[in-house]
Design a protein around this ligand. Structure first.
Ligand code: GDP
Length: 425
């Protein structure tokens, strides 16, 4: 069985926690897109972890963790994440990296940083992990696939030299920064090769065999539907596709095998960085929600930036679930809302007096105001509750209202950050 866990909103929905909960009963956990530009927070017996590139199955010795071909592999960050696991006495995980994955080059990080500097107040709010320059090069066919590290030295040197020639023109004339040398890049690539060789494998074949042998495979998405390169709030999106459908590209698993797609929806909204966010709230209301969600990490896992806060946007969430092809929803962080007398939710958008109940392209969203509906709060702490029927009536009402609006069954409810804070309906 192949299951995907993906985000329906702007990211930080709690995918990490859910993947961690499910990873235990799976044979294989796979990352299929993105890189170290976002993180999953996982809290378990070994402590609290921010995983950026490593699949969430690394805490279970029986799980094979696959870094798929769609991932932007930063070797430095990979090494660092492994080091943290070792330091916290996590048993050595079983990790395989696709030989077709491409490598984040040292100059990708530099270009990310320099471009943000150049754009100044028009910047994207990048995490400066080199992700946009990485995917630009991948699509321009000048990226470095892991297999290329095993080419003859002369072949590799020639490719590096061609790449560097173009990069150095930009470095020198556009960014006015020091140029990079062929030797320096070649040496780095050889260091990377040494580090990753024990992990590299033909993961396409590995996953093909696994599907054939009915293994349980968990596909782990990063960021949310609204950050998808095609379907998100372009251009304030990430540089890869965050949708479950892309998992087929980023791993080679046949699309028709991805039968179960859990879209993770957070009970309120938050977003890191700029971009359209119709149900955003400001001032004390935002501050209160950020503080209540504080221990649920309303500060970016990668950047520690305070997140922008808002009410649950049902228009965006319905769209997010559709874009993800969700078969079911996991509704998270419901415990955070226990302090509110009344809970507004966004059920539509209004532009120049005209109402919409569908998500719109970015240019139109700029002028949209939220149409809010007020639902009654439940005014108590719901952490520790383990069965759906024990939830307060107003809380069940909030869940069922959401379910009707988005049209996808909410089968899983998360009422706290730890593994045990979960209710199956
Ligand atoms: P991801 O980016 O979707 O993987 O989001 P994370 O898994 O990193 O979750 C974001 C934050 O929410 C983390 O600090 C989690 O511990 C926390 N979290 C996840 N589920 C819940 C929940 O149900 N309630 C609360 N209060 N926090 C949660």
């Amino acid at each position: 069985m192949v299951r995907a866990i993906v985000g329906a909103n702007w990211g930080d929905e709690g995918k990490g926690k859910l993947t961690d909960v499910f990873a235990e009963s799976f044979d294989i956990v796979v990352r299929f897109q993105g890189g170290s530009n976002a993180g999953h927070t996982i809290i378990n017996d070994y402590g609290e972890f921010a995983l950026h590139q490593l699949p969430s199955g690394v805490f279970y010795p029986h799980v094979a963790n696959v870094i798929g071909n769609g991932v932007a592999l930063s070797v430095e960050n990979f090494v660092e994440e492994i080091r943290v696991l070792e330091e916290r006495k996590v048993p050595k995980p079983n990790i395989v990296i696709s030989d077709r994955a491409q490598i984040v080059m040292p100059y990708h990080k530099l270009f990310d940083e320099y471009e943000e500097e150049r754009l100044s107040n028009r910047k994207f709010g990048s995490t400066k992990s080199g992700i946009a320059p990485f995917y630009s090069d991948k699509y321009a066919k000048i990226g470095f696939q892991i297999t290329e590290l095993y080419e003859e030295k002369s072949v590799l040197l020639e490719k590096i030299s061609q790449n560097i020639a173009a990069k150095n023109v930009i470095l020198k004339y556009l960014y006015k920064k020091p140029e990079i040398s062929i030797d320096e890049i070649y040496k780095k690539l050889m260091e990377y090769k040494l580090i990753i060789t024990p992990y590299v494998a033909d993961t396409f074949d590995f996953l093909y065999q696994a599907v054939k042998n009915n293994k349980n495979i968990l596909l782990e998405g990063q960021l949310g539907a609204l950050k998808d390169l095609d379907f998100g709030i372009y251009p304030m999106v990430t540089s890869s596709n965050t949708i479950a459908g892309y998992a087929s590209v980023g791993t080679g698993i046949p699309p028709y095998e991805i039968k179960d797609i859990i879209a993770v929806v957070k009970a309120y909204s938050s977003a890191v960085g700029s971009g359209e966010f119709v149900s955003e709230i400001f001032g004390n209301k935002a501050e209160d929600l950020r503080e209540k969600g504080g221990n649920s990490g309303e500060y970016g896992t990668t950047t520690n930036r305070p997140r922008r806060m808002g009410w649950l946007d049902l228009v965006a969430t319905k769209y997010g679930c559709r874009v993800q092809s969700a078969t079911q929803v996991a509704f998270t962080a419901l415990d955070v809302l226990g302090y509110l007398d009344e809970i507004p939710v966004c059920v539509g958008y209004e532009i120049d007096g005209q109402k919409f109940d569908t998500f719109l392209p970015t240019a139109q969203l700029k002028n949209a105001a939220p149409v809010l509906q007020i639902l009654p709060g439940w005014k108590c702490d719901i952490r520790g509750i383990r069965s759906y029927d024990e939830l307060p009536a107003n809380c069940r009402n909030y869940i069922e209202f959401t379910e009707r609006q988005i049209g996808v069954p909410i089968n899983i409810i998360s009422n706290g950050p730890s593994r045990d804070d979960i209710i199956y309906r």
